[in-house]
Design a protein around this ligand. Structure first.
Ligand code: 5GP
Length: 120
C-alpha cells in the first residue's frame, strides 16, 4: 500500500492538527489518543512515512527502530504504569482493523486490561 500523506497522523506530525503530546525525539512523536480506551492510552508514532509495522520492519533504519522501542519504555515509565502493568498493540492491516494508515503503537494502562483478545 502506498503511503497517504493526508492521513491524520501525517497531519499531526506536520502540525496541521493539534495533539496532546507526551514525548518527542528525532524519530518519534507520542500523543494521547483522542478516544481513549483506558486511563492511559497513548499513540507512539514514528515520524517517518511508514504505513504499518510491515512497512516499518522492512524499511526503517536501525536508529528509527531503536528510538521507537526506547520511546515506548520512556512513555510507560513517565505515565507511571510500569508497576501496575501495561499493554502495547499495533493493529496491522484489515483483519486487525487498522484505521489510520501511518504505523503507530498503542500503549494502554491505568486499569485491568482484561484478556488479550475477545473470545469468539
Ligand atoms: P488503529 O485502529 O489505526 O490502530 O487506531 C487509530 C487510533 O487513532 C484510534 O484509537 C483513534 O481513536 C485514534 N485517532 C484517530 N484520529 C485521531 C486524532 O485526530 N487525534 C488523536 N490523538 N487520535 C486519533
Amino acid at each position: 500500500m502506498a503511503y497517504d500523506r493526508n492521513n491524520v497522523f501525517a497531519r499531526i506530525l506536520r502540525g496541521e492538527i493539534p495533539c496532546n503530546k507526551v514525548y518527542e525525539d528525532t524519530h518519534v512523536l507520542a500523543f494521547r489518543d483522542i478516544n481513549p480506551q483506558a486511563p492511559t492510552h497513548i499513540l507512539v508514532v514514528p515520524k517517518g512515512e511508514y504505513v504499518s509495522l510491515d512497512d516499518f520492519s522492512a524499511n526503517a533504519s536501525d536508529a528509527e527502530m531503536a528510538s521507537l522501542v526506547r520511546a515506548l519504555g520512556h512513555v510507560a515509565r513517565a505515565e507511571g504504569v510500569v508497576e501496575s502493568g501495561y499493554r502495547i498493540l499495533a493493529n496491522t492491516g484489515a483483519a486487525a482493523h487498522q484505521e489510520v494508515p501511518h504505523f503507530h503503537i498503542h500503549l494502554f494502562g491505568g486499569r485491568d486490561l482484561g484478556g488479550m483478545l475477545p473470545r469468539r
